[in-house]
Design a protein around this ligand. Structure first.
Ligand code: NAD
Ligand code: DAU
Length: 406
């Protein structure tokens, strides 16, 4: 039995990871600690929230007393730290919370782990810990900085972060490394490329563009749209973290990526084409359903014993799926709007995944072509999930970030 503390488990990747762990490791207890900031959403977890192996605690990773209490109450033996402020644009607007959550929050968790796992709690130099414990820090490829036209990030590269977000994540990596070197705390660090998939907050490129397409709104592309990101399906990221948690060598860093570089503008055009195609085919299907339904109504009238009793009811209508309220021809490249670039915008990321694939045997399962289609379909099928998010504070956020951007 393992008692795993997952922080930030109500966010995009964390919620996908919580579900994976409950499904793949039914013998583990999962304790999800999340402060439920704007990015945390318990709706992401509603299908598992009654699982007997799952506990949710609303808490801030910077709250030392609460975190200590959680380690004691649940006898935590592994930590997977997802909790973070994660959006680069927000870090440019308001850096401070990135430093307190991403750095101090991580250090607070490390202290709690060190104190709870030490064999001899009274010895401040004790480097012996209970068997099987591990602290896994979920980091990002952005800590390496930006690449030129060639080359890839490898684990041995110096860290050269460019945004307040990536600088805070790099600082956290350094602290995790220091706890391993100085105190002997068992740790791993994973550095993954850009994720996509279900439940991603629509401030990030892919869900933002899908949502704007569905609302026939402008698609804001920063600069010339030629920046390159290396995309990985969130479920592949989760399987990689699971692999590192179980097989990672103490103190090691593992890059995670699926060799899938795309320019932003390529992604935006692919989203436009796919959303338009999917909506057109739903409309075609629904029109043929209406035609069939009209025919069967006429058929029913011809056979009076099959005729529905409509004496006390409204005229019969076939309800159309929500996506058919759209006019597919309006979802086209004219929605693209090139806007002022992100300051310090990293030109290119590319992950060399040789270490995790050769040493730990991990492989991504999704091709981008399959993954992006499924992801777009998920957002079309879950318009209520998006609608709940893009009201209230999101509208204010959108105004602040995108009006006056040129
Ligand atoms: P997210 O913003 O969707 O979720 C972050 C979660 O952390 C939210 O549920 C939020 O409520 C919680 N949180 C924030 N501050 C907290 C605090 N002080 N205490 C407790 N909980 C707090 O982020 P995400 O995209 O799921 O990313 C998760 C992690 O993975 C982050 O550490 C991020 O740096 C890393 N990462 C993300 C990507 C990506 O493409 N999204 C890629 C590589 C690494
Ligand atoms: O590389 C991993 C990182 O990927 C994670 O550590 C971060 O948490 C995650 O947010 C992500 O960072 P990016 O800045 O790469 O992701 P974002 O979705 O914000 O932007 C992707 C690219 O798209 C980037 O080059 C900026 C551009 N972009 C983004 C938005 C939101 C636009 O052109 N227009 C937009 O409106």
């Amino acid at each position: 039995m393992k008692n795993i503390l997952i922080t930030g488990g109500a966010g995009f990747i964390g919620s996908n990871f919580v579900k994976r762990m409950l499904e793949k490791h039914p013998e583990y207890k999962i304790i999800n600690v999340d402060a439920l900031t704007y990015a945390g959403n318990l709706e992401n977890l509603k299908d598992i929230d009654h699982n007997k192996n799952y506990t949710f605690i609303k808490a801030d990773i910077r709250d030392r007393e609460k975190i200590r209490e959680i380690f004691n109450t649940y006898d935590i033996d592994s930590v997977v730290n997802f909790a973070a402020e994660s959006h680069v644009d927000r870090s440019i607007e308001e850096p401070e919370v990135f430093l307190t959550t991403n750095i101090i929050g991580t250090q607070t968790l490390l202290d709690a782990a060190k104190n709870h796992w030490k064999i001899n709690p009274n010895d401040k130099y004790c480097r012996d810990y209970k068997a099987g414990v591990k602290f896994l820090q979920v980091s990002t490829d952005e800590v390496y900085g930006a690449l030129g036209e060639t080359g890839m990030f490898v684990e041995t590269m110096p860290l050269m972060p460019n945004s307040p977000y990536s600088a805070s994540k790099a600082s956290a990596d350094m602290i995790v490394r220091a706890y391993n070197e100085t105190f002997g705390l068992p740790v791993n660090i994973t550095r993954c490329s850009n994720n996509y998939g279900a439940y991603q907050f629509p401030e990030k490129l892919i869900p933002l563009m899908i949502n704007n397409c569905l609302n026939e709104k402008e698609l804001p592309v920063y600069g010339d749209g030629m920046q390159i990101r290396d995309w990985l399906h969130v479920k592949d990221h989760c399987s990689a973290i699971d692999t590192v948690l179980h097989k990672g060598e103490d103190g090691e860093v593992y890059n995670i990526g699926g060799n899938n570089e795309k320019a932003n503008i390529e992604i935006v055009k692919l989203i436009i084409d796919t959303v338009r195609e999917k909506i057109s085919s739903v409309i075609a299907r629904s029109e043929s359903d209406v035609a069939i339904s009209d025919m069967s109504l006429q058929g029913a009238k011809r056979h009076s014993n099959l005729q529905p009793d409509t004496s006390n009811s409204e005229p019969q209508t076939v309800s159309k799926p929500q996506t058919t309220n759209h006019e597919p021809n309006l979802i086209n490249y004219q929605l693209i709007k090139y806007v002022k670039d992100r300051p310090g915008h990293d030109k290119r990321y590319a992950i060399d995944n040789t270490k995790i694939t050769t040493e730990l045997g991990w492989e991504p399962k999704y091709t981008f072509e399959q993954g992006i289609k499924e992801t777009i379909q998920w957002y079309l099928d879950n318009t209520e999930w998006i609608d709940n998010i893009v009201s209230g504070d999101y509208i204010k956020y959108y105004e602040k970030m995108y009006s006056n951007r040129g």
